[in-house]
Design a binder for this molecule. Structure first.
Ligand code: IMP
Ligand code: MG
Length: 195
């Protein structure tokens, strides 16, 4: 179990209760966004997508692994006929972006003129998304949009627009709700910030 470091005597704590602080491998994290705050951010993105894309037959492309939890909650709130596909991109090692974007699983068919909405957990430097959006455009997709739960404006190195943003956050490393630290922490229902 994840070690609850603010209440070490509690021993067998469920990770699905609130913890104020916790440890993953060598790093300490403190509670930063609760599941209720996350839900409000997801709702905001869902409402905007529903308003823009109802009747337009969108294809949602979920970026694995990080966006799995966001996508699951988001798609339950986007109440329009649509298709969902999954891709796997990877650009991070530890707490630093490696800036090398690998496509480990790709879309099997182009959407053409249908809108594509890429569902991402977080946009940090913006390098991953820029490279992936360009790849989709080169493959003949004309309407490519980006929906991200979290955005770090202080780390963003690019200038392209981001269509749907749940929450803007400071430039700190976070885990939980799909986001990992060296592959751990993805199943935490709340988001924790490194201390
Ligand atoms: P970017 O290319 O720098 O925008 O990085 C995007 C990817 O890095 C995201 O899809 C995440 O998987 C990962 N990432 C960025 N910031 C964090 C963070 O604070 N915690 C965990 N993963 C992150
Ligand atoms: Mg990601």
């Amino acid at each position: 179990m994840y070690k609850n470091t603010d209440n070490p005597s509690s021993g067998g704590d469920s990770p699905f209760l609130f913890m104020n602080t916790l440890k993953i491998n060598d790093k300490e994290f403190a509670l930063y966004l609760t599941r209720h705050q996350i839900e409000q951010a997801v709702r905001k993105v869902a409402d905007a997508i529903t308003a823009d894309l109802d009747g337009k037959d969108p294809l949602f492309v979920v970026v694995l692994n990080g966006a799995f939890m966001f996508a699951s909650d988001l798609m339950k709130m986007v109440n329009i006929p649509s298709e969902i596909a999954f891709v796997r991109l990877s650009s991070y090692v530890g707490t630093q972006s490696s800036h090398v974007v690998k496509e480990k699983m790709s879309l099997d068919k182009p959407a053409g003129k249908r809108p594509i909405v890429i569902i991402e957990d977080i946009i940090d430097t913006g390098i991953t998304m820029e490279s992936y959006v360009n790849r989709l455009r080169e493959a003949g997709n004309t309407d490519v949009r980006i929906a991200t739960l979290l955005f770090k404006p202080g780390a963003f190195q690019k200038s392209y627009p981001i269509d749907y943003i749940g929450l803007e956050i400071p430039n700190d490393f976070i885990v939980g709700y799909g986001l990992d630290y060296d592959d751990y922490g993805r199943n935490l229902p709340d988001i924790y910030k490194i201390v």
